[in-house]
Design a protein around this ligand. Structure first.
Ligand code: AR6
Ligand code: MG
Length: 357
């Protein structure tokens, strides 16, 4: 592929990633914590939103996007990961708009960060849950901009940056490793050639990487007998579900992967939604694979906004902005800011590449 074409494709993937994350959040939020919506009901929902004549107020974003925007802006303005700047942005954002649906414990981290004047930005999160830290999916839901920013970095840099960023609020290894896995999934999608997605290879690559990530180190706190390779095991389940094809119903996905607010019960589910929706799903009327991904993720129920947002970031990074239906995009709050941040992240990376060569 010619260089100019390759640069354009990557720009479309950067946009697709941030816009995809925003759309999963905005379109999935009305269903969060509600009884699971049926595929038929969601067919009507998406058909209505796709009607170019429909004029309704935009769907607001939630804490997922509020925090993702902070991550993107901090990386853009600091030209790298600067823990204090990022922590300050999270806190400023939360106190400016506290009613975006934040997790009930993470708000205490923000209060302590502010009260202690950001002296040690990692310590308030480390004190959560009697020193065990949060395993909520809040680190994972906001990590996508790191995959973009580090898109040409080494795997180790990507993993370390995702982990450090998550540690600002999520000190439990399930919490930060969930963020690392989501970051690796977006990165893998970004680098998978168009029309060349092999679901099994995609998951096997993530398993290989997570085997290294979940290797215990002296800093890891786990109980005796506790499974150290939680994400590797979940990804192996994803492979099993893929093998069982059409016979999988939503209850089985919920039982085997989970659909709740914990990182380990939602990140693998988002990844599964992406790979599963790359080919048709019974009862889902969506020719467009990106739309199918959001539809399927939402249809699983539970933490719909976050699972759809994480699946949307991965799908957007793979399919690119060109594949995302415009009629759906326009229903989301702050769409233009997501596009702008994607472009700024891309130009920071392009500059980095130019400087490096
Ligand atoms: N022990 C017991 N419960 C826990 C633990 C733990 N170690 N860690 C987390 N929880 P939080 P988040 C439970 O507050 O991850 C929004 O809806 C506990 O019930 O750290 O940023 C978004 O859309 C705790 O309140 O926040 C996301 O879906 C909850 O997990 C989600 O919230 C969330 O952890 C992000 O939340
Ligand atoms: Mg959520």
């Amino acid at each position: 592929m010619a260089l100019v074409e390759a640069v354009e494709v990557m720009a479309g993937r950067f946009r697709g990633c941030l816009v995809g994350g925003l759309m999963g959040d905005c379109l999935g939020a009305p269903f969060e914590g509600e009884p699971r919506a049926s595929p038929t009901m969601l067919n009507t929902y998406f058909k209505r939103l796709n009607d170019p004549n429909l004029k309704v107020p935009y769907k607001p974003y939630t804490d997922d996007t509020a925090m993702m925007r902070c991550v993107a802006l901090s990386l853009i303005e600091e030209k790298g990961y600067v823990a204090q700047d990022m922590a300050k942005r999270f806190v400023k954002e939360f106190f400016a708009e506290p009613k975006r649906g934040y997790g009930s414990n993470v708000v205490d981290v923000f209060a302590v960060l502010r009260a202690t004047k950001f002296r040690d930005v990692y310590s308030p999160a480390a004190m959560q849950f009697n020193g065990r830290g949060s395993y909520g999916n809040g680190g994972a839901m906001r990590v996508a901009p790191i995959a973009l920013f580090c898109h040409a970095s080494t795997e180790q840099e990507l993993v370390d940056t995702a982990k450090d960023m998550a540690l600002l609020t999520h000190a439990n290894r399930l919490g930060y490793n969930g963020a690392v896995l989501q970051c690796l999934a977006v990165h893998e999608a970004l680098h998978t050639p168009k029309n060349d997605l092999n679901c099994v290879i995609f998951i096997e690559n993530l398993i290989k990487k997570m085997k290294k990530v979940e290797q215990l180190t002296k800093d890891d706190i786990i109980d005796e007998g506790e499974e150290p390779f939680v994400y590797v095991k979940k990804l192996e389940k994803v492979l099993e579900l893929l093998e069982r094809k059409e016979s999988i119903d939503r209850d089985q996905v919920e039982d085997e992967l989970g659909v709740n607010i914990s990182a380990h019960e939602s990140v693998p589910t988002a990844i599964y939604s992406f790979v599963r929706a790359s080919y048709p799903i019974p009862n889902i009327e969506a020719e467009n694979e990106f739309q199918r991904t959001l539809h399927y993720a939402i249809s699983l129920g539970g933490d719909t906004d976050t699972i759809a947002s994480m699946a949307g970031s991965i799908a957007g990074a793979y399919y690119g902005m060109e594949k995302i239906p415009e009629n759906l995009q326009r229903h989301c709050e702050a769409l233009s800011e997501a596009v702008e941040q994607a472009d700024q992240l891309n130009s920071t990376c392009v500059k980095d590449r130019t400087t490096a060569s």
